[in-house]
Design a protein around this ligand. Structure first.
Ligand code: HEM
Length: 412
């Protein structure tokens, strides 16, 4: 029976099993069950409130009574939450110094300092550079026969773009993917002690590396983003060194994780919908709209969390400070109340107000850059490898929050 609150509903019984590979491969039937069951559903396994409807995800992201953190208002103890285990200290120190885990006024101050580098205009100016990098990558794979599209193209493009933008020397870039992968282990549901230790070890190495780079940039100033931020630190009290390191790590990680997975998820969605792939092959002017639709259809970021900061009722259910909401972006994007025929991939869909880049004050800072990268990569592959075909059915990584394929084998 449908109730507003979905009280008494067991999400696992409806198929919501984030550790199960069958669910990870296709979470959408379970999402439909959750949406039918109610607007806010308690998950006893994670002690979170699941929010599956578009209208609620969109509204709660903009509602300041919920936050990415509560530590700007109260301690863990005051919020009734456990202290962080000591072995996660380095991870949390790094993450809480990045803008994604800040709330105003710190969030406003630090986001403003980095936002200038990512405005739609600045990013449009990068388009020729992104195209040049993509042209180089495609030259390497054309004629190679069968390749893994993820390791050859999908990873290399966004890692190189964000590394160039920040000013990470070429010789050091091979560290970025492994550091990011270790840190991202903490974003999955119920991380283990091993995950915490691995993420903290990577956080220490990554921070030490950036601290050293900052020292170098002080002696030899550069025009890149890190060079610019070093001057801001040195000019006064607008940015601390720890905030700069936390935010640069965020930019470097967020600047490629989602784009890599989106490229794989997007091509896999096209291969499962051959009529739409043909439509795109016949009309490349569809690429920008197709990217938006692929992002809606199978977002690489399935869920984001928010802490309850004050007593509120959500559809009649009282939630209290220190409780946590699990906002299901993947479900919001398939909500029939927001999209006609939501389970159909329609590359011409317009309007397409998907939730994939979030909403509210934490709306993705890199959205314009992500779009340019995806448009360039899909557009170039369509032009230069017009018959690229699937060579093997891909497998999903066993991750739910940041969800993507292990590899995508194609023949060019
Ligand atoms: C397809 C690609 C991408 C997707 C789907 C994506 C998605 C998101 C989402 C959903 C959020 C908000 C999370 C929340 O509200 O809790 C976010 C935040 C963010 N993203 Fe992206 N992102 C992408 C690419 C990028 C790129 C290329 C960059 C590089 C600059 C980037 C940098 C950031 C930053 C810095 C934030 C934090 C913003 C803040 O807290 O104010 N993202 N992203």
């Amino acid at each position: 029976m449908r109730t507003a609150s979905g009280t008494g509903v067991d999400p696992a019984a409806l198929g919501f099993r984030p550790r199960d590979l069958v669910f990870i491969a296709d979470p959408y039937p379970a999402y439909a069950e959750l949406r039918a069951a109610g607007r806010i559903i308690h998950n006893p396994e994670t002690e979170q409130w699941i929010i599956p409807h578009y209208e609620d995800v969109n509204g709660l992201l903009r509602d300041r009574r919920f936050g990415r953190t509560y530590l700007h208002l109260a301690t863990h103890r005051e919020m009734g939450r456990p202290e962080d285990p000591l072995f996660t200290a380095a991870f949390w120190h790094l993450i809480r110094n990045g803008i994604l885990d800040m709330e105003p006024p710190d969030h406003t101050r630090v986001r403003r300092l980095v936002a200038k580098a990512f405005t739609p205009r600045r990013v449009q100016e990068l388009r020729p550079t992104v195209q040049r990098l993509m042209d180089g990558l495609i030259e390497e794979v054309l004629g190679a026969g069968e390749v893994d599209l993820i390791s050859t193209v999908a990873e290399s493009l966004p890692v190189t773009v964000i590394a160039e933008l920040l000013g990470i020397p070429e010789a050091d870039r091979h560290h970025l993917r492994p550091w990011s992968a270790e840190i991202c282990r903490m974003y999955e549901l119920n991380p283990t002690e091993e995950d915490g230790r691995a993420a903290s070890a990577a956080a220490v190495e990554f921070s030490d590396y950036l601290r050293e780079l900052i020292r170098e940039r002080r002696q030899h100033p550069t025009e890149d983003l890190i060079g610019g931020l070093v001057q801001v630190i040195d000019q006064g009290d607008r940015l601390t060194e720890d905030e700069m390191i936390g935010t640069c790590v965020l930019l470097l990680n967020a600047g490629h994780e989602a784009t890599v997975n989106m490229t794989g998820n997007g091509w896999w969605a096209l291969y499962r919908n051959p009529d739409q792939l043909e439509r795109l092959r016949a009309d490349h002017s569809l690429v920008p709209r197709a990217i938006e639709e692929l992002m809606r259809y199978d977002t690489p970021l399935q869920m984001f969390e928010r802490w309850v900061l004050e007593d509120v009722e959500i559809h009649g259910v009282p939630v209290t400070p220190g409780q946590e909401l699990a906002l299901l972006f993947g479900s919001a994007n398939r909500d029939p109340a927001a999209f006609d025929r939501p389970d159909e991939l329609d590359l011409g869909r317009e309007p397409n107000p998907h939730m994939t880049f979030g909403a509210g004050i934490h709306f993705c800072l890199g959205a314009p850059l992500g779009r340019v990268e995806l448009e360039t990569s899909f557009g170039t592959l369509l032009r230069r490898a017009p018959h690229m075909e699937l060579a093997a059915e891909p497998e999903w990584k066993p991750n739910y929050i940041i969800r993507g394929l292990r590899e995508l084998r194609v023949r060019l």
